[in-house]
Design a protein around this ligand. Structure first.
Ligand code: GDP
Ligand code: MG
Length: 389
């Protein structure tokens, strides 16, 4: 135990020792983590706390699964439809249902009191020839991740989605809302607009641990070895592709974490005080999140919102065509980063198997009808003509 911890830390540690339930333990550990002085000498301690938190998070999830099997709990999972699934998350009463009504085909209930919506409600947003599924998640409340108000179920809906749209009410303090939401996400192991540190782990059947890029580890390598042992990785080729701290290395190893792209929808832009609140929100979170101000009530800025959600979905539209014919309609929705061969596979197995080359028109090529190979990466709106043997 480092000697230089604070009284607050010791109190939190005492609380942890006395904690009996998993949520109590999690709260106490979070306090410990928050009150530990951040310097080199406490790095191992912080790692230990994070590790314990990750274990508890997994345990909580396991309990939930068991409850579900026993018929004692609900499962809120929403079947994915369309090209991507985006969840709308926020506190109660921020205007999620109103936005669903504006953006999709659902008849969502809008009401002036909290907790109108008690289970996730999906709806389809049709934009640029693509169907994107939006899911309204019932209002998150403080402690949701610890099981309050169906919180763990709701958070698992969020974990399963492709991307997250956080809805903030500009008629109220936006920072308070964000702090509460981000704390719940953090507890649930959902990382927004961050990416998994680039550490690759290839398990091998023998040969022990080999580390490539060891100079990228900003900390003691013996700690890394210990983490791997604790994860029962005894033989593997580990490649550290960018500089990482020990905590970042731990995050890369932690398979209880999910990494998702997110934007902030700043709603009620028509309300009193909304301008100041928007400025505050932008100042605090504008670097990490795209913030898009709207008014669901007045229908303001909804086209830009659709464009933002489309972009968030991370999909591209690809039009296929046969030689001498016009492009087929509608286009196929593909994940961003998809290649010509990915499209061929989606069209027909034979196309992929007998692929020779393709001609492409659009943003990804230098001139119209350019001849490209199987691994050519496509862009939104491209037209592809596949030539087979
Ligand atoms: N002023 C204003 N009120 C809004 C706006 N959007 C929703 N509301 C109101 O906020 C309340 C809650 O809306 P609702 O969509 O049910 O929120 P939810 O609980 O997040 O689904 C209702 O009284 C809505 O009329 C908006 O853009 N401006
Ligand atoms: Mg609602």
């Amino acid at each position: 135990m480092p000697t230089n911890v604070t009284a607050e830390y010791l109190a939190a540690e005492e609380e942890y020792r006395n904690a009996r339930t998993i949520p109590e333990k999690i709260r106490a550990l979070e306090k410990m983590y928050a009150t530990v002085p951040k310097h080199k000498g406490t790095e191992k301690l912080r790692l230990q706390i994070k590790r314990k938190l990750s274990e508890l998070r997994k345990e909580l999830e396991k309990q939930r699964q068991l409850q579900k099997k026993g018929g004692g709990g609900y499962s809120f999972s929403v079947k994915k439809e369309g090209a991507a699934q985006i969840v709308l998350v926020g506190l109660p009463n921020v205007g999620k249902s109103s936005l669903m009504k504006r953006l999709t085909n659902v008849e969502a209930d809008v009401a002036d009191y909290a907790f109108t919506t008690v289970e996730p409600i999906p709806g389809m947003m049709h934009y640029k020839d693509v169907q994107i599924q939006l899911v309204e998640v019932p209002g998150l409340v403080e402690g949701a991740s610890l099981g309050k108000g169906m919180g763990t179920q709701l958070l698992s809906v969020i974990r399963n989605a492709d991307a997250v749209a956080i809805v903030i009410d500009l008629s109220k303090d936006p920072i308070k809302q964000m702090d509460l939401l981000l704390r719940e996400f953090e507890r649930a192991g959902i990382k927004l607009n961050r990416r998994r540190p680039r550490v690759e782990i290839k398990r091998t059947s023998s040969g022990g641990i080999i580390i490539n890029g060891v100079e990228n580890i900003r900390g003691e390598v013996s700690e890394v070895m210990k983490m791997l042992r604790e994860e029962r990785i005894h033989s593997a080729e580990v490649t550290v592709k960018e500089p990482v701290t020990l905590e970042e290395f731990a995050d890369a190893l932690d398979d209880s974490l999910v990494w998702r792209r997110a934007v902030i929808i700043a709603n009620k832009g028509d309300a009193a005080g909304s301008k100041e609140n928007y400025e505050r929100l932008l100042k605090a979170y504008g670097e990490r999140f795209k913030v898009i101000p709207v008014s669901a009530r007045r229908g303001v800025n909804l086209d830009e919102l659709k464009e933002t959600l489309y972009d968030l979905a991370g999909i591209i539209r690809v039009f296929t065509k046969s030689p001498g014919e016009d492009p087929a309609y509608p286009p196929i929705a593909m994940k961003r980063g998809s290649t010509v061969i990915d499209v061929a596979k989606k069209v027909h197995k034979e196309f992929a198997r007998n692929f020779r080359y393709a001609r492409v028109w659009g943003k990804s090529v230098k001139f119209p009808g350019q001849r490209v190979g199987a691994e050519h990466v496509l862009e939104d709106g491209d037209v592809v003509e596949i030539h087979i043997r």
